[in-house]
Design a protein. Sequence first.
Length: 453
Amino acid sequence: MGDLMHVLGALLGLAVIAFAAITVMNRVKNSGGAKRGKKVRARGRDAAFTEANKRLTRNPMDTEALLTVGNIYFQEEAWENAYRTYEGLLEIGPAREDAFEVNARYALSARKLNFTDAAYKGFTAAWALKPDNFEVNFNLGVIEFERKNYEKALQLLQQAQRQNPEHTATLRYLGHTFFKVKKFKEAMSFIRKAIDAAPDDSSSGAAESLYTLAECYQEANQIDQAVKIFSHLRANPLMGASACLSCGTINMDQHQFGRAIEDFEIGLKHQNVNSDVELDMKYRLAACYLRENEIGKALLHLRDIQNRNPAYKDVAALVGKYQELNVNKNLQIYTMAPSADFVALCRKIVIGYFPRARIKITTISVNKNDWADILAEVDTPKWSDLVMFRFIRTQGSVGEMIVREFHSHLKEVKAGKGICITVGTYTEEARHFTEARLIDLIEKERLCALLNS
């Protein structure tokens, strides 16, 4: 019963194909205005089409007539009709000598219609019959690449390249496949060959190949070459946004924040940018603005990210942190300003720390950009002593090790008291260490009060 239904289904499909053939034939007969030369060339086609149509009317399972109709549709690029005709032929079973052509053309028609599974099925059957056919190897290799079966794709595309060494698309896909399997030297070689074969190619595939070539240079640590290509692609409608992200990231890593800002701003002007790429560019652009102390501009992008994706990375924490800095100029100087401005602010805090005291600053030392130590002679109506101040810029938790080191430094300079000030907090271990020692720990809240005063 199942076989009968299968055959009936095939007959129904072939009847539809026959009807389509009759319709097309009638349109050909009724159309006018074509040039005489075209009519002469079409006469043989029309005769073959008419004869095949008559045979299909008598016998919808006439494989020879179906093959004639299918080939005409295929040559005229009527892909849907060609696909249905070859599909019907495969249901019946073409003659042995026609099996390769039917499977290959069925697959090519399906490929044109984006019926990937059907195309894969047809090319696989054709490959089993003729594994040395270029078109089959190339197209099957491309489908395996799209399915991320890169090792299979590599074998098929290498076979296709041996059969047609100058085929640009084969060279390009080979380069991309080698890149996917992390063979960057081979990838560069084939992509360069593809670009050399079609230097004026303005297609999307050419832009993608250039982008992948730049990625290969980046992986090979040839950064200047990578940046040169990424910069060239920044205005490209297809790859421009991704190129801006890559170029900006490289400049960011090299502390070229001005250039990185330019890259990201160009990237954000592109239309229809992938959402993940756009958010990443905004996040990195905000980070560059923060490094340039442009907090207001950074917050605009951070808030936009937060509105679109509240859970994106650490955006919520950054907005909370820099909103405060944006309205507190002194806190901004304390955490972000150049070392000279930071030290000048610390001097002011020292001068005003003890009311009605005479303060004489004797030494100032800066440990990279992490903290500054200021030693001062303090003379008040009730006591006089050497006091060491340590101003810590990091906004995380200050641990016991830093406090211990500060205590040792107090002994070295013979200071009678230490005051350790941070824009962050102290760990429990750090607090416990200072319980029996003359060290005051000042955290963010009290520091802000000092800055505001």
